[in-house]
Write a protein that binds this ligand. Structure first.
Ligand SMILES: Nc1nc2c(ncn2[C@@H]2O[C@H](COP(=O)(O)OP(=O)(O)OP(=O)(O)O)[C@@H](O)[C@H]2O)c(=O)[nH]1
Length: 721
């Protein structure tokens, strides 16, 4: 094991070495024959080995990771940002990283694992029996102010400082970039009310329909919900959907009208709407402005008064619900749990009911909103546990855990989600498949609503077919894979699951358009529909109806909510929600209409498979299933987009679209050879070689379809066409 010098001494020593003797790398320490010529990619066995070492060293300050990012700052290997490790991290281990000409033997690696805040000995969760615990979610339509209100409540209870980062609980990069919540987040607050301290557990939930699985799971760990409604916009489609989710689970509802500071706010009218639609007495609605802080003081007392304490049995054996999980680079799998009955302590040995696997509780604590260890959790409390679980797949969201040899009745768990949209996800190059697979495992741990299956494409190689709850969900998943896990991927056109009826009466579900049978007589093709709800200012009714008609929608209901607002219900094919449906709806109503949908029935439709061909070779990854009437228009658009994006090749390329094998559109791309040496007049041969090598490198990023090279961004562009 490496030496145990104080970190500063080690830092100084290593810095001097690296600076003064840059050649003192593995060149001297390792015989040439042993030196690899390129960055190693770790094998599965390596990773297993690493896991073993992690355990062996977890109590020391040493650490390793298969792909170790060493942040800048005081560190004994300051030049390394990404470093590939050969073998076990120990004295003499070879590492390679950005800025290093060669492999470097490690002399001293100190852990860079951020320390979890500890409240052990300072904060006793036992002082909060269930009567003084409240678990509640904040639910609302998109942008009605959930995260902003959560900020104010965190500030009010001193969990975060005033004037800090806005929407504190929106921690993901994708959330901050898009300004939406995609992941439910938990925070425990201590609040003094009528002379007694209460432990309040707040869960901020997403508003968009594609993430409603997050809402329903969060509600399972709560006994109440703050139903937030924008006092200017009133009840919207997702307000209805979330209200019913909470109502069906029997939660206490605390109605709050937010944004009363806005000039357009009409809190009295909205309170009246709440009465009409939800039967909530107008006088029960709290008025607040999460922006200015108006009315904030009334919220937590209302939660304490209206939300019942968690009903668990304090004396019973431990029974806990795993309702969420995520992967932390340094600590592995972190599970979010609610203690339904009994008591959990660090060091306990627990069993996961669904798999029978046993784990030691290495750490347990609450989110404040950052994790803070408390050493135990009592009945009704919500917090996190770390078990040293090896595989991300072992953390099954909805699972019941109990103590070894103390079996309990399983909790009902969560309804499995039904994927509404499918797409293929492929690594940019085949060599990245293993890395993508690991990244998917980690992300799926944090997003249990995604379904994944291995698949192969002739054009894109080995990859995965993933099921999502909607198109936004698919886009966010793609973005998170890239941003949080560094996996660069190609996503194929989204498709919905179709059911094919063969002439012998049998049915087959297809989730990939390339499976759609060609040249075979079929009895019928069935597509999924949705029951859509739109709440809109009445002046936009005409244009909304036109939009739905164009998207093959059929009206089910037309209700006037108030003289100015109307509710419409339509049934329409799920596939029609793709493309620019949301953008069109937004632009024709200037963003004033709200939209939500529920799964509908399967409906028979006249559908064909639309293929894209390059020099008569089908690109399987670009196949889609479309309505016969739209095949020619969509095919034409795809060919145009392909021509525009692909750039000329060294030979002519014929781009065609075929609907059920019949050509419906065609474009021709003229031959062209880009002469990268055009501007190199005479002279330097090494510069010419460099340019040619760069060109060769660029070609690697292309996908070969038959004899045609397709750049990866073409796939992205065609998905949107
Ligand atoms: N004027 C005013 N603006 C507010 C108030 N509360 C929130 N906002 C603004 O409304 C916008 C949306 O707020 P968020 O807190 O992100 O809304 P959200 O409900 O969490 O959004 P999603 O998680 O995407 O559903 C932000 O620009 C906030 O600054 C309020 O009381 N008054």
């Amino acid at each position: 094991m490496a030496d145990q010098q104080p970190p500063d001494a080690a830092v100084g020593k290593k810095k001097r070495r690296v600076k003064k003797k840059p050649t003192e790398t593995s060149a001297e320490a390792v015989p040439i024959a042993q030196r690899p010529t390129k960055k190693p990619s770790l094998t599965f066995e390596d990773r297993q080995h690493f896991d073993y070492i992690r355990e062996a060293t977890s109590k020391n300050v040493w650490y390793y990771r298969d792909r170790l990012s060493v942040p800048r700052g005081p560190c004994n290997l300051p030049v390394l940002r990404e470093c590939w490790v050969q073998g076990v991290i120990d004295e003499g281990t070879l590492v390679w990283g950005q800025g290093l000409a060669d492999w470097l033997p490690v002399r001293n690696v100190r852990t860079l694992v951020p320390q979890i805040r500890t409240l052990e000995g300072k904060f006793d969760v036992q002082q909060f029996p269930p009567e003084r615990v409240r678990n509640f979610s904040i639910i609302a339509h998109v942008d009605h102010g959930k995260s902003t209100l959560a900020d104010r409540l965190l500030e009010l209870t001193g969990a975060i400082k005033k004037g800090g980062k806005e929407q504190y609980l929106d921690k993901l990069q994708v959330e901050r970039e898009r300004g939406i919540t995609v992941k439910a987040q938990t925070a425990s607050l201590v609040y003094r009310y009528k002379g007694e301290e209460y432990l309040l557990n707040l869960i901020d939930t997403p508003g968009h329909v594609d993430f409603s699985y997050e809402v329903s799971r969060s509600l399972a760990a709560c006994q109440g919900a703050l139903l937030l409604v924008d006092a200017a916009q009133g009840i919207q489609a997702q307000t209805l959907a979330n209200f019913y989710l909470a109502f069906e689970q029997g939660l206490a509802i605390v109605p709050v009208l937010n944004k009363v500071d806005l000039p357009a706010a009409e809190p009295e009218k909205v309170a009246e709407q709440m009465h009409q639609v939800f039967d909530i007495p107008p006088e029960d609605c709290l008025m607040t402005s999460a922006k200015t802080g108006f009315g904030l003081d009334a919220i937590l007392p209302a939660v304490i008064e209206s939300v019942p304490p968690p009903p668990g049995n304090t004396a019973g054996p431990l029974r806990m619900l795993l309702f969420d999980a995520f992967h932390d680079e340094y600590r592995g799998v972190i599970c979010m749990v609610e203690i339904i009955d009994g008591h959990l302590r660090k060091g306990d040995r627990v069993v996961a009911s669904s798999t029978g696997d046993t784990y030691d509780i290495l750490e347990v604590g609450i989110m404040t909103p950052e994790p803070a260890s408390t050493g135990q959790l009592c009945t009704g409390q919500v917090g996190y546990v770390i078990t040293g679980m090896k595989s991300t797949r072992s953390a099954r969201v909805g699972d019941t855990w109990h103590l070894v040899k103390q079996p309990v009745e399983m909790l009902p768990g969560f309804k499995p989600t039904k994927s509404m949209v499918f797409a293929g996800i492929y690594p940019i190059t085949g060599a990245d498949f293993d890395a993508l697979s690991a990244a998917m495992d980690r992300l799926i741990l944090n997003d249990a609503s995604v379904t994944v299956r291995r698949e192969n494409s002739a054009a894109l190689g080995a990859g995965f077919r993933c099921g999502f709850l909607g198109l936004l969900h698919m886009e966010v998943f793609h973005q998170r894979l890239e941003q949080e896990h560094g996996a660069m991927v190609i996503t194929t056109s989204p498709t919905v699951p179709y059911s094919i009826e063969h002439t012998d009466g049998s049915h087959e579900e297809i989730q990939n358009p390339a499976q759609f049978p060609l040249g075979k007589k079929l009895s019928g093709v069935w597509e999924p529909t949705v029951a859509a709800t739109v709440v809109t200012p009445s002046e936009h009714l005409g244009s909304i109806m036109e939009l739905f008609q164009e998207r093959r929608g059929e009206m089910l209901e037309h209700t006037v909510l108030s003289p100015a607002r109307t509710l419409l219900r339509y049934t329409l094919p799920l596939a029609e929600l793709g493309g620019n449906f949301y953008d069109s709806l937004k632009s024709i109503t200037s963003g004033y209409a709200s939209f939500d949908y529920d799964e509908g029935e399967m409906r028979k439709a006249d559908l064909v498979r639309l293929d894209l061909l390059l020099n008569s070779e089908t690109v399987d990854a670009l196949a889609r299933i479309v309505h016969r009437d739209k095949a020619q228009r969509i095919g034409g658009k795809m060919c145009e987009a392909m021509k525009e994006k692909m750039g000329r090749q060294q030979f002519e390329v014929i781009i065609q679209a075929a609907a059920n094998n019949k050509i419906v559109a065609r474009e021709t791309l003229k031959a062209f050879r880009k002469n990268v040496l055009a501007k190199c007049y005479g002279g330097d041969v090494s510069r010419k070689r460099k340019l040619l090598e760069k060109q060769k490198e660029g070609k690697k990023r292309m996908r070969r379809v038959g004899s045609v090279d397709v750049p990866q961004d073409v796939f992205h562009a065609l998905i949107k066409s």
